[in-house]
Write a protein that binds this ligand. Structure first.
Ligand SMILES: [Zn+2]
Length: 281
């Protein structure tokens, strides 16, 4: 299945759009990209970035050994640079502008990849984050209830502490990228969950209004940008990675099964799936 996903990293000119010095890094990147498809919430964004890549507008660059220091106060694990290119299509069609993205990954981790992709998705969606989004996430940030220590400290670090080093005009973009980064840090997204202490569902429950905005406003805008062929191909990948995870979880759970508790492994689809808008059929 990783081979099928790898095929989606070729643009329409048949150029491969992952730049990496080592084949192992490229393989790890593709495996992690596949893992992100475990979450319904992330699929519209992943499909949109693969669509833009097919159109020749995205390049992923893996620079794992290189120091990247754009701002000395922030340890960057990656960055996304955006270029606007004006294309001239002659007198009848006229000129129009397209966005091109170079997504540099310095630390190969699911949540880093998703954070940097989200910066590109903000432009692809054409959403103005300074309007509704900012008010909604501000409300959630001011009202979330303290939860277990791992999730509380992740929220404080990702949504508060690190943010103070960013200029005011980048805060909204960072808030969106960091919120989606938090969701991607859930143990339900990772194949091996032992190093992760909270689930994506817990993050979405704490930031309910922002999560609803994501499903009802942001993701539908992205769905409109998605190529149907890519949408269908990644549907198969999503099902496959979920099955892999279930096998793994079942393996762990079977060692610790409490015979007095009902088995909750069935029907454990996230409640957010009810918001999915079917694009096809
Ligand atoms: Zn960022």
């Amino acid at each position: 299945m990783y081979e099928e996903l790898r095929e989606l990293f070729y643009n329409k000119k048949q150029e491969f759009c992952i730049v990496s010095d080592r084949i192992e890094d490229e393989k790890r990147f593709i495996r992690q990209f596949a893992d992100l498809f475990r979450l319904d919430t992330l699929k519209p964004g992943l499909d949109t970035i693969l669509t833009a890549l097919y159109e020749g507008r995205v390049k992923f660059i893996l620079k794992l050994d290189e120091e990247v220091n754009l701002n000395p106060k922030i340890i960057l694990e990656g960055y996304c640079s955006t270029k606007t290119i004006t294309e001239d299509h002659g007198n009848i069609l006229g000129k129009f502008q397209t966005k091109h993205y170079e997504i540099v990954i310095k630390n190969l981790a699911l949540e880093v990849i998703m954070h940097e992709i989200t910066h590109a998705l903000e432009f692809e969606s054409t959403v103005d984050l300074s309007l509704e989004f900012f008010e909604i996430i501000k409300h959630d940030i001011n009202n979330w209830q303290k939860t277990h220590i791992h999730l509380s400290s992740a929220i404080k670090r990702i949504l508060y502490q690190d943010l103070k080093y960013y200029p005011r005009n980048e805060i909204n973009s960072e808030l969106l990228a960091r919120f989606i980064q938090l969701i991607s840090s859930g143990k339900d997204v990772h194949k091996t969950a032992k190093d992760y202490y909270f689930s994506s569902e817990e993050v979405m429950s704490l930031f309910k209004s922002t999560s609803i905005w994501l499903w009802q406003k942001f993701n539908p805008m992205l769905l409109q940008k998605t190529n149907d062929r890519i949408y269908r191909s990644t549907e198969t990948i999503s099902q496959w990675v979920r099955k892999q995870k279930q096998t793994q979880d079942f393996g762990i759970r079977s060692l610790h099964k409490d015979p007095n508790k009902p088995d909750q492994t069935q029907n454990s689809r996230p409640q957010w799936s009810k918001f999915i808008k079917k694009k096809l059929d």
